[in-house]
Write a protein that binds this ligand. Structure first.
Ligand code: URP
Ligand code: ZN
Ligand code: ZN
Ligand code: ZN
Length: 468
């Protein structure tokens, strides 16, 4: 048998094992793992490197308008290119249903934007912002059957928040169809109350974004979300968990026997609210929700990763430019933190941050790194075992990882559409050097060889994690 590609001499790392072996690929899938596999049309030498299942980032925002109508800095071309350079082969962006819109209309827009423009595979979560009887009764169940098997609901943001009754009705669709609900947990009424107080005191700088969204706001909403999920009898994902009190709510729900999947993100390990208190308006570069907290919360999130509270480590990549009329610097000329679009870039630095700060500092081992960044992502969102592992029959989505390469994060070397990185100047060891998508070498030794359009849309099955 002659193969299309062999990756030789590397050390394979999966969520369960680390061992030296070669990988043979034919027609986009892994067909053999072992030694002396024979000849192939193309070869990659991975001596001294790890070979990982391609990163899967299940929390990415692309081409989504913010509440103020400011459009994100990444389209599918730049967003997936940045993801690819960060060692990812699949991302799951959100398809935002705007008020009054049907889900099919919303999907049409995102599919049209993605079609032919992606460097990684993509699949969509649905954001349900208008859960009308026809959306919940007809559209959503049909879309779950079509492979849109996860949806996100928001407890915050004027344009997106759902009432508890609407969340329960949406969860009930998940119960009936086997889909998975993701919840953004922050109490909007409490935030509005605090915004009012900050306005009365004239505290309008970026740092007030953090103090109007304190831990209690997230803790209360996390408690409510898991309680609603218990009432509706559905598993759920708590996304972008930022602190120890929200973690406690997840652990308490699990002790009651409820299935809760937790996600945390690089910003909650690496940033604090002090970063929002920068010179001039620079703090706006770090405005995201929930906001970064303090050292104690960072430690709690690391502990959560080590203890297994978190199954998912995702970027929440949500890029806006800074120095741009459509950006974070004084949007609407308002000099007011509440107009700063929420979200920060990070799809390209997710894996290096967790490897350098987590694996190399002895906080997590290599299999857990793979689980958090790829395997559990695939299992949670219905892509496993086609993706998320290195096994015979799985897609040949592979990342060759140099564990000794040290680089300093510099936005000038990133590939996204933003004009800054929140991690500028951070020295990280461990970077991807070759990325293979469906057997095609997309990046080799840092050089882009793939084309936009090599990445395609993937329909998904039901979650494996939620039903285990
Ligand atoms: O600030 C953030 N995280 N923006 C992205 C939207 C979201 O809530 O995930
Ligand atoms: Zn969110
Ligand atoms: Zn997000
Ligand atoms: Zn080479």
């Amino acid at each position: 048998m002659s193969f299309d590609l062999i990756v030789r001499n590397g050390t394979i790392a999966t969520a369960s094992d680390v061992y030296p072996a070669d990988i043979a690929v034919k027609e986009g899938v892994i067909v053999q793992i072992g030694r002396d596999l024979g000849e192939a049309k193309d070869e990659i030498d991975a001596s001294g490197k790890y070979v990982l299942p391609g990163g899967i980032d299940s929390h990415v925002h692309i081409a989504q308008p913010s509440g103020d109508g400011i459009v994100m800095a990444d389209d599918f071309e730049s967003g997936t290119r940045s993801a690819l350079f960060g060692g990812n082969t699949t991302i799951l962006p959100f398809c935002l249903q705007e008020k009054g819109q049907s889900l099919r209309e919303a999907l049409k827009r995102y599919h049209a934007l993605a079609e032919g423009n992606c460097y990684t595979d993509v699949s969509f979560h649905l954001i349900i912002s208008d859960p009308t009887p026809s959306v919940l009764g007809q559209e959503l169940p049909a879309l779950v059957e079509d492979g849109y098997t996860s949806f996100k609901v928001f407890m915050t943001y004027e344009a997106l928040r759902l009432s508890d009754a609407e969340i329960l009705d949406t969860m009930d669709v998940a119960r009936r169809t086997g889909a998975l609900v993701m919840v953004h947990c922050e109490n909007e009424d409490a935030i509005r109350y605090l915004i009012g107080r900050h306005e009365a005191d004239g505290q309008l700088a970026p740092k007030s974004h953090a103090s109007t969204r304190p831990i209690a706001v997230e803790r209360e909403a996390t408690h409510r979300a898991v309680s609603l999920a218990e009432v509706a009898d559905v598993p759920l994902v708590i996304v972008h968990v930022s602190n120890g009190e929200a973690i406690e709510e997840i652990e308490r729900a699990r002790r009651r026997g409820h299935k809760v999947i937790g996600e945390t993100c690089p910003q909650y390990l690496m940033l604090t609210a002090d970063d929002l208190d920068g010179m001039d308006w620079e703090g706006a570069k770090f405005v995201c929700s929930p906001p970064p907290r303090d050292k104690e919360s960072q430690q709690a999130c690391w502990d959560g990763l080590e203890r297994g509270v978190f199954d998912l480590f995702s970027s929440d990549h949500c890029p806006f430019r800074y120095d741009d009329p459509e950006g974070k610097l004084n949007p609407k000329g308002a000099n007011h933190f509440r107009h700063i679009p929420n979200g920060i870039p990070g799809v390209e630095t997710r894996l290096p941050i967790l490897f350098s700060e987590g694996v190399l500092k002895g906080r997590i081992d290599l299999p857990r790194f793979v689980a958090l960044t790829s395997t559990n992502q695939a299992k949670t969102y219905g892509l496993y075992p086609q993706k998320g592992t290195i096994a015979i029959g799985s897609d040949a989505d592979l990342t060759v990882w140099d564990p000794n390469l040290t680089r300093t994060v510099a936005h000038a070397e990133m590939h996204d559409g933003a004009d800054y990185s929140p991690y500028e100047g951070l020295e990280l060891t461990g970077w991807p050097i070759t990325t293979i998508l469906g057997g095609k070498v997309m990046i080799h030794d840092g050089e882009l060889l793939g084309s936009k359009g090599d990445g395609i849309y993937r329909s998904r099955g039901r979650s494996n994690l939620a039903t285990r």
